[in-house]
Design a protein around this ligand. Sequence first.
Ligand code: ATP
Length: 357
Amino acid sequence: MPVEFDPEAAPALELSRIAHRFGRVTAIDDVDLAVMPGEIVCLVGPSGCGKSTLLRVAAGLEELQAGTVRIDGRVVAAPGMSLPPERRGIGLVFQDYALFPHLTVLDNVRFGLPPGNGQRARAIETLRQVGMEAFGDAYPHMLSGGQQQRVALARALAPQPRVLLLDEPFSGLDTRLRGQVRDETLHVLKRNGAATMIVTHDPEEAMFLSDRIALMREGRIVQIGSPVDLYCRPVDAFAASFFGEVNRLRGVVREGRVDTPLGPVDATHLPEGTSVEVLVRPEAMALSLNPTGEAPIRGRVEAARLLGRTSLVHLSVPNGDGAKIHIHARMPGQFLPPEESDVAIRLDPAQTFIFPD
Ligand code: ATP
């Protein structure tokens, strides 16, 4: 992936104060977002949070209502003016690929290129980049979903746009193929160097593809940052739980900490007496067999399952007032203690998050 983006450069795509309504529904609520040349930003969030609308406003497929869209520093949409998508210098890839069924693969890719001597060569070169040069004479219906996706990507890349916008580009593919196609796509996008914005509802896909992730909720961006920022430093409980399963505990801050059934958690940044929610990722717990005195927190194994690269252990842990809580712990590799056995639990504070309730 040779092209790295320069965070100091001017943004290739800049969305400023975008707001958008459909009747009474606020789809986008005052969003700012900039994508640098060579950078891949994924928009993620639950269904209906406004991801596709934001992409469509950037593309010019949805009429701008408020705010400004700039591409390479040039205003392409502002109140009272709007360039059509084909004049914005963008490439688009949709979930259904939207290939022209009556055109060959080569002609699909040639479609957006200016006529002239270099047109055919450029189309063939772009097909080669996505590994589809042998299919130039085929028609879209003769191709698999993954191959159609690659042709759609080639068509978007061929005119060398400064900005690429992809709306759920992999969701039409089955799980196995999706992993392969998105890996290939990531390498093609990074070689290409355009600023890329991708809409996906899949947090793992966003982490796989993104330099930065913009997490949306109800028309707003709630957090933007690297995958590590969002996974390891979530701004709230919604962000923490969006990127992976969490165990949810409740407590109250006493003398700078919260005592939980999994042990004390530092809370020196919160006022005394604050009611909090403590979120613990399953992989935040290191379990060991044959508990010794070192780790005073223990759990009883209810079940353990190998999930491939990790093992999921269901634990019952005393909550201090005679009842028990159910906890999921995830250990690397094969870790399958027998049911009803006891394990010691050591909590990793770096993967434990506290938020005021
Ligand atoms: P999904 O992941 O389900 O595609 P999304 O995050 O992309 O969702 P949008 O499609 O942008 O969300 O929709 C945001 C909000 O705007 C939703 O409440 C949706 O119902 C509404 N909406 C989107 N398009 C239209 C439309 N053409 N007419 C009316 N309401 C719309």
